[in-house]
Ligand binder design. Structure first.
Ligand SMILES: NC(=O)c1ccc[n+]([C@@H]2O[C@H](COP(=O)([O-])OP(=O)(O)OC[C@H]3O[C@@H](n4cnc5c(N)ncnc54)[C@H](OP(=O)(O)O)[C@@H]3O)[C@@H](O)[C@H]2O)c1
Length: 338
């Protein structure tokens, strides 16, 4: 059933993703009747601009009446576990940015360029993927559909804003302190961030050595691409970039493929922009991916370590606050409206 001129709520409206959700609804002229903004008591009473007006942020509590048709949740997994069931009970369709429901059977996990058709089967909740999974799926899917992917090896270069507004502020403050020659004690992330990089700041599974981010990306890519046994190896790294994640991908395919064929497939794929200028050494960069919805793909070349010719190497960059979160959620919501 599609909705006509729905009422929309954003939960987590003051966060790194929430503020982008407001911007995406405005920029894409989302057909809504009214918009309600929720966050914690810390932010209640703040005004955020939408379509030329100031909207007051309200505190979300157990007694909140969502009073909306579509609720865009972006407030972390524990807030989603606590409040999403009530929003659904009150009749809202929830698009959830957190990890809370992504792997639940029966909950569609959607990147519209890949599996928009899964949206129709929702039972009140549609999950938005992890940012790396969403960004990687956009160029991986056309290669998988056209040729078949048999194995993926990836390394990520993830921006500070992927860890939220507070981590972004910490990178700025740490960099300022470093340049001023002052001491800085990190409080959001565990390690010094200015002019440094570190293994992703999620818990490491003692048995496998994989961190929670890596586990999410593998599980979610398999679910989105409907490839439950696809072998995927990944190393997730936090780098001192403000915004937009980059990913080095090595992709083994079902048959040998020329880089030009891959370039043609990727150039025709929705949501992909090829940036592959060898002459000028111009390839995907987070600075150019920031603020745009397309995922940039370049350095498309043979992986020299595979003598069969079946493996390609690619460099990808995508704005994780947009395609990795807010834009993807709004694209999903667009499929819910008339
Ligand atoms: N950042 C990314 O690139 C990215 C990408 C994909 C998915 N996500 C997911 O999106 C979600 C939000 O991430 P973020 O980066 O935007 O985090 P953030 O900048 O820390 O913002 C969190 C937001 O949630 C609100 N919030 C927290 N607990 C709440 C509660 N109990 N009730 C109501 N509101 C609550 C906060 O309100 P206050 O301002 O009042 O504290 C704030 O508006 C997370 O689940 C994250 O995993 C993030």
């Amino acid at each position: 059933m599609s909705l006509n001129n729905p009422s929309v709520a954003i939960v987590g409206a003051t966060g790194a993703v929430g503020t982008e959700l407001i911007t995406c609804l405005e920029r894409r002229d989302f057909p809504l009747h009214d918009l309600r903004l929720f966050a914690t008591a810390r932010s209640a009473g703040r005004n955020l601009a939408f379509r030329g007006k100031g909207l007051r942020v309200m505190e979300l509590t157990e007694n909140t009446l969502f009073d909306c048709d579509i609720a865009l949740f972006s407030a972390g997994a524990s807030a989603s576990r606590r409040f999403v069931p009530e929003a659904v009970r009150q009749g809202a369709v929830v698009v959830d940015n957190s990890s809370a429901y992504r792997m639940e059977p029966g909950v569609p996990l959607v990147v519209p360029e890949v599996n928009a058709d899964a949206i129709a089967a929702h039972r009140g909740i549609i999950a938005n993927p992890n940012c790396v999974a969403a960004i990687a799926a956009v160029p991986l899917w056309p290669l998988h559909r056209e040729v078949g992917i048999t194995r993926i090896v990836a390394a990520t270069y993830q921006a500070a804003s992927g860890a939220g507004a507070a981590a972004l502020a910490e990178l700025r403050a740490a960099t300022g302190a470093f340049l001023a020659g002052k001491d800085f004690t990190p409080s959001v992330l565990r390690h010094p961030y200015a002019f440094n990089l570190f293994s992703h700041d999620t818990a490491v599974d003692p048995a496998s050595g994989a961190n929670a981010e890596e586990i999410k990306v593998v599980d979610e890519l398999r679910k989105i691409m409907q490839a439950p046994r696809l072998p995927i190896g990944i190393t997730c790294i936090r780098v001192p970039v403000l915004r937009a994640h980059s990913i080095a991908l090595t992709v083994e395919l079902a048959r040998a493929i020329e880089p030009d064929e891959a370039r043609r497939i990727l150039a025709a794929a929705p949501g992909v922009k090829t940036v592959d200028d060898r002459e000028n050494n111009h390839f995907p960069m987070p600075s150019e991916a920031s603020g745009q919805g397309d995922v940039l793909v370049g350095r498309i070349r043979r992986d020299a370590s595979d003598p069969t010719g079946r493996s390609l190497a690619l460099l990808v960059a995508g704005d994780q606050l947009l395609k990795g979160a807010a834009l993807n959620a709004v694209q999903i919501a667009e499929h819910l409206v008339d």
